[in-house]
Design a protein around this ligand. Structure first.
Ligand code: BG6
Length: 524
């Protein structure tokens, strides 16, 4: 089961020497002793997310005191140079003031190995270093390999780890590999990658990460649905009119032009993050929180999403690309003028889809989803809209329309849940207004400092694969988007750019929902 993530005051490791004795908040045990080996240690993910998350785990005493970290990347660096680099970066990315005592403890167990990802000699050098480090820090031979490299190296690194004998387990010793996204480029390449890595690793050793599953509110969705008596009985097509999922970003592609030119919004966000949000929203209650019990139910949802025919793709899939526009009072350039993006690029930065989960719970309930860059604001939410109540009773009192109940699950920012319902406006007449019942995470549980990766790293260190993707889930996700990729490849867009930066996306996305008599929730 996941970490009850609480990095609040009081959960702090004040004295690193007491690290083993101090119990983490909430009675959760510290992770197993282990070394974490990060491939791609000179890159962005390492400095922005992985090091701050591991540091946060240390602060909250969730990291074992018998821990070490080895960075592996191409640039030549000594251990000390790598430590100095992280020392500068942590201040920028930790999101909190850095406790010098804990950070010094952490830095002291960091090492570096330079090498090419395809060079067997580099893995032999890594092996020698690991033996030394494991001896010094008593990590008991447990290893967490984190593949934070370019996706094209995932297969190579796993293969080389196998050749060097670095992933063999024995007795109580575990060897686990976290693989970043994107896992494959389409259905065929995802299958091929699964096939290749399964030659070296058992499925239980593979942790395919999707950082959305580390987000507190996504995890809370299971608590909301299955830990309360009032939601589950009405969580179906009899009561729910439609589900709307929005993952909106204010940012553009920033420095990631080359990656994004290969990926586009559909590959970047849908087969992973958004389908995981649908899976958690639509799954049946699992029989336990065991990794496979939960993942079996999510897999069933993904398999129940009917892949679109080419004709349906034309009707139910919308793509867009941003042009120049105003974001937060600043004029920003079009996608085609971003760094290292082709001036005639036909890559989409916006996607809207209408999907169906064709099972007894959800048949005929549309799942509308949209995601895009350079939208008016950053906002991720899941909206459950219930059927509109019949009007007859109120019509006689002059009420012209009854608003449906809406349950909004805010993933970010302002994490929380809001239920909207109708209430009588005080006065002699029967008039109804919409009012909200609101739960805000920060009001109830305080502000939490977390990157979303902490809980995932911790889960991997204790061997809980629940929030990680299994091979079959991943392939089921790609099977949903493959028909869209095929049609879009065959028919390049003719109207790009078709929305201005800072606006809510292309007109066709509005038409997609308006055809069904609905409208998107306001993004402005
Ligand atoms: C990443 C995508 O997986 O998720 C990015 O590659 C996107 O393009 C990011 O910006 C969004 O994550 P978050 O946590 O900021 O919603």
């Amino acid at each position: 089961m996941h970490l009850p993530w609480s990095l609040k005051a009081g959960a702090c490791m004040k004295n690193p020497d007491n690290h083993a004795q101090a119990a983490p908040a909430g009675g959760v045990k510290s992770a197993d002793p282990c070394s974490a080996i990060i491939f791609g240690a000179s890159g962005d993910l390492t400095k922005r997310k992985l090091i701050p998350s591991l540091y946060n785990l240390a602060v909250a005493n969730y990291l074992s005191k018998d821990f070490a970290l080895v960075g592996f990347a191409r640039p030549p660096m000594t251990h000390q140079e790598f430590r100095d680099k992280l020392d500068k970066e942590v201040k920028l990315y930790a999101g909190r003031s850095v406790d010098q005592t804990i950070w010094a403890w952490f830095l002291d167990r960091i090492y570096y190995q330079a090498g090419e990802f395809s060079d067997p000699a580099a893995y032999q050098a890594l092996k020698t270093l690991l033996i030394e480090v494991e001896e010094r820090h008593k990590t008991q031979g447990n290893r967490l390999y984190y593949l934070a490299t370019l996706p094209s190296f995932f297969g190579t690194v796993v293969e080389q780890l196998g050749v060097a004998g670095l992933v063999e387990e024995g007795g109580q010793t575990w060897r686990r590999v976290i693989i970043e996204k994107p896992f494959g480029h389409d259905l065929d390449s995802a299958r091929a990658l699964n096939r290749d890595i399964s030659k070296v690793l058992a499925e239980r050793q593979i942790y395919r990460i999707d950082h959305y599953l580390g987000k507190e509110t996504v995890q809370n969705l299971m608590a909301l649905r299955f830990g309360n008596g009032i939601f589950e009985p009405i969580w179906n097509r009899r009561y729910i009119d439609h589900v709307e999922i929005t993952v909106a970003e204010e940012l553009g592609v920033e420095q990631r032009g080359p990656y994004y030119e290969e990926a586009g919004a559909l590959r970047d966000m849908v087969p992973n993050h958004i389908l995981q949000l649908i899976a958690v929203t639509a799954m049946e209650p699992p029989i336990s929180f065991d990794a496979d019990a939960v993942r079996d139910e999510k897999h069933k949802v993904l398999k129940a999403i009917t892949p679109m025919t080419p004709q349906e793709v034309l009707q139910r899939a919308v793509r867009g690309q941003y042009g120049e526009g105003m974001v937060a009072d600043t004029l920003v350039s079009s996608y085609r003028k971003e760094d290292r993006v082709a001036p005639t690029s036909s890559v989409e930065t916006y996607v809207a889809l209408k999907l169906f989960v064709d099972n007894w719970r959800w048949a005929k309930v549309p799942f509308y989803l949209r995601t895009g860059k350079r939208l008016p604001k950053r906002m991720t939410e899941i909206v459950i809209q219930f059927h509109r109540p019949p009007l007859l009773l109120f019509k006689q009192s002059g009420v012209e329309q009854l608003d449906p109940n809406v349950l909004v699950i805010r993933i970010q920012p302002n994490e929380g849940v809001t239920l909207t319902f109708g209430a009588k406006i005080p006065g002699p007449k029967m008039e109804l207004g919409s009012v909200n019942m609101d739960f805000n995470y920060s009001d109830n549980f305080g502000i939490q400092t977390s990157t979303g990766y902490e809980t995932l790293l911790y889960d991997c260190m204790i061997g809980d694969a629940t929030p990680f993707q299994r091979a079959d889930m991943l392939e089921a996700g790609w099977a949903v988007v493959q028909p869209i990729l095929d049609v879009w490849k065959a028919l390049p867009p003719r109207d790009f750019p078709n929305y201005s930066a800072g606006t809510c996306g292309p007109k066709d996305a509005d038409t997609l929902v308006e055809r069904d008599g609905k409208h998107w929730r306001n993004l402005d």
